[in-house]
Design a protein around this ligand. Sequence first.
Ligand code: ZN
Length: 247
Amino acid sequence: MSANSPKRIGIFSDVHGNLQAFEAVIEAMQQDNVEGIYCCGDIVGYGANPNECVELTRELQCPIIAGNHDHAALLLTDISYFNDVAKAAVLWTKKVLTSKNSQFLQDLPLTVSDDHFYFVHASPKAPEQWNYILTMGEARTNFEYFTQQFCFIGHSHQPFIIEDYEDNLICPAQPDIQIKPGRRYLVNVGSVGQPRDRNPKPAYVICDLEKEILEIKRVEYDIPSAQNAIIKEGLPRELAERLAYGW
Ligand code: ZN
C-alpha cells in the first residue's frame, strides 16, 4: 500500500442529475468519516439538476470517471439505442448544461486506478463499450481485466459485491462483508440518483482497508422534491414516478 493511499473510501455512481439524492449521499459519506471519495460516472442524465450535480462533484475534488450518459449528453456516444425517455432526458441535459460543465464532463477519463483500486463505469474489459456486467459469467471474464484487489463499477444501478477466491465466485446476499486477504472483489456501487433494485434509497459503498470491511449503504432522501423538480422542468413524468419505487 502506498503511504498516501486512503484506507477508508466512499464510492458513488450514477447521480443522474438528482441533486436531492446526491446531497443526502455526500452528507452520509462525510458522517462515515471517509478519507477519500471516488465517483464512477453518470453524473447527468434523467434528473432535473445536471449543472448543480456536476458542480457539486467538482467541489468534492475527487477522482471521477465518465459514464455513458455523461458522454451521451455531449453527443460523444451513440444514443440511438437509448429508449425514448432516456433520449429525451439526454437531449434536455445537453441543452441546459453550461459550457464549463460540458467541458468538465468531456475531460473525464474512462478509468482511474491505483495500487489497490480500479474504477470504471461499465466494465474493465472494454470501458468505452458500456457493456453491462449482469451475470456471474460476465463477472468472471471481467476479473481478468484488472489486477487490483478491488474494482468498482456502476452503470446497471443494481449494487452487488462479488468475491473471487481461487476462481470461485461468491455473491453474498448481505450488504456488508469482511474483506479477506488474497481475495479480489468486483463491486457495483449502485446508483445515487436512480436506484433500480426495487429499493428507492440512494446507494453508495464504503471500503475500509484497515477494518477490512466492504459495505453497500443506503440513505433516505426527499423523493417528492426530486420528483417535483423533474416535472417542473417538463421532463418525462416516468422519470419522476420511477424514483418512488426504485426501478
Ligand atoms: Zn447510469
